[in-house]
Design a protein around this ligand. Structure first.
Ligand code: CTP
Length: 404
């Protein structure tokens, strides 16, 4: 989970009435853990769903609910509370509060804070499907976007009222990611990034197959970091048990051939291709249609293998390739194999995993191989490393070409 963007940030977290208030307890915990200070301000309605005592304990600061609160020395809570703020985040943002914001109303502490602010305002809507679809709500949201507010979500799915549809608040972790994303420098704004991640699975029969130990964590961390850097991100993922990073378009595949086809369908639009997947080099020539059974004679099955397409090399060979980046997981002699592999695959940048194979681990140490030489990066957790790598890639990007 990204933390660097939020360390030292001061957020006013405005809560309005809605059952999603329970998610804000967890959100507050995530934000404070990341080093942000969180000043909670609640509307009267929000206090019906969760108590100010809970929010005070989690944020470690007094909670404000009224513009007449005598604790603010100059009696100007509506100005003082947001004076130092890097942003105001309204979560959950009710239908009523969105309507108030769209019309510039200021009839309680939180709405007055929003009108009197001098910092960005992010809203995280939470409401029933019909309330979200109501033309008045949609009009208000369009107006809020036009006014420069960030609207995070809403999510789709089952709702507290028993209905299913758009309107539910993003989960706490997704809200956290969206806020972190807002604060990340947009070094890839306007760029499209295509990535592969995870292993591939090459069937031998309907229940068995060949795969490898790639967890997909590095690829997913890079997809998240690229999204947070402002890129439009398309992630082609092999079979992994990981959540899709917020704001990333994900396409699931199983085999190397499917991964290749998915990449080829989208690569023409990409400015950057990052091949992080541990693609199986071979597949069975003829996978059995039925489960292979043991025979009475105990004859062992035999397979012949054929080579899978090399996705990275194919992308690099295109007439107008995107900036193509490869990864190399080696069990020895990385310094020798890394540069050799980069040159063989004809990519400008190859990232080599240093040390023992790091499948599934959260830490990584890598070397960047490029024509001008090799550079070692310090050991870091995969999310920090992903951000560093995205910055390194951004530095090396050619200016966008008018013909692509
Ligand atoms: N790669 C790919 N398609 C393949 C094999 C590899 O796109 N069929 C990409 C990987 O995503 C990675 C890079 O090529 O970015 C290097 O992968 P690696 O498995 O280390 O290289 P191989 O070419 O398979 O070489 P070897 O297994 O012999 O080390």
């Amino acid at each position: 989970m990204a933390t660097a963007e939020l360390a030292g940030k001061h957020l006013v977290l405005g809560m309005t009435g809605g059952i999603a208030c329970y998610k804000i307890a967890e959100l507050t915990r995530l934000l404070t853990k990341a080093g942000a200070t969180v000043q909670v301000v609640m509307t009267e309605a929000a206090t019906q769903f969760i108590t100010p005592v809970t929010m005070q304990a989690l944020s470690g600061r007094p909670v404000y609910t009224s513009q007449w609160d005598g604790r603010v020395p100059n009696n100007m809570a509506h100005i003082d509370l947001s004076r130092e703020a890097d942003a105001i985040v309204i979560a959950p943002a009710s239908t009523d509060f969105l309507a108030k914001l769209a019309h510039g109303m200021a009839d309680d502490l939180l709405s007055t804070l929003c009108v009197a602010r001098d910092c960005p305002l992010l809203v995280v809507p939470a409401m029933n499907r019909q309330m979200w679809q109501n033309p008045a709500t949609q009009r208000n949201v369009t107006q809020l976007r036009a006014d420069g507010l960030q609207v995070l979500g809403p999510d789709s799915g089952p709702q507290a009222c028993g209905e299913v549809g758009d309107g539910r608040m993003l989960e706490a972790a997704a809200t956290y990611e969206a806020i972190a994303s807002f604060f990340s420098p947009k070094i890839l704004a306007g760029r499209r990034v295509l990535l592969t991640a995870g292993p591939t699975f090459e069937p031998l029969d309907p229940v068995r197959g060949i795969t490898n130990r790639s967890s997909g964590k590095m690829g997913f961390a890079l997809a998240r970091a690229a999204q947070q850097a402002g890129a439009e991100v398309h992630l082609v993922a092999g079979p992994v048990a990981l959540e899709t990073p917020w704001g990333v378009f994900r396409e699931d595949v199983q085999t190397a051939q499917q991964m290749h086809d998915a990449v080829m369908r989208s690569v023409a639009d990409a400015d950057i291709f990052i091949g992080v997947a541990a693609v199986a080099d071979w597949r069975a020539d003829h996978a059995s249609e039925h489960k292979i059974k043991k025979t009475a004679e105990r004859t062992l099955p035999t397979f012949t293998f054929v080579e899978n397409p090399d996705i990275l090399a194919t992308v690099a060979k295109l007439p107008h390739p995107p900036f193509a980046v490869g990864f190399a997981a080696e069990s020895g002699d990385l310094e020798v194999h890394g540069e050799e592999k980069r040159a063989r695959k004809n990519v400008p940048l190859l990232i080599g995993n240093l040390g023992p194979l790091t499948f599934g681990l959260d830490d990584n140490e890598v070397i960047l191989f490029e024509a001008s030489g090799a550079t070692k990066l310090p050991r870091a957790d995969k999310q920090t490393l992903a951000r560093t790598l995205i910055a390194e890639i951004a530095k090396r990007l050619p200016e966008p070409s008018p013909i692509r």
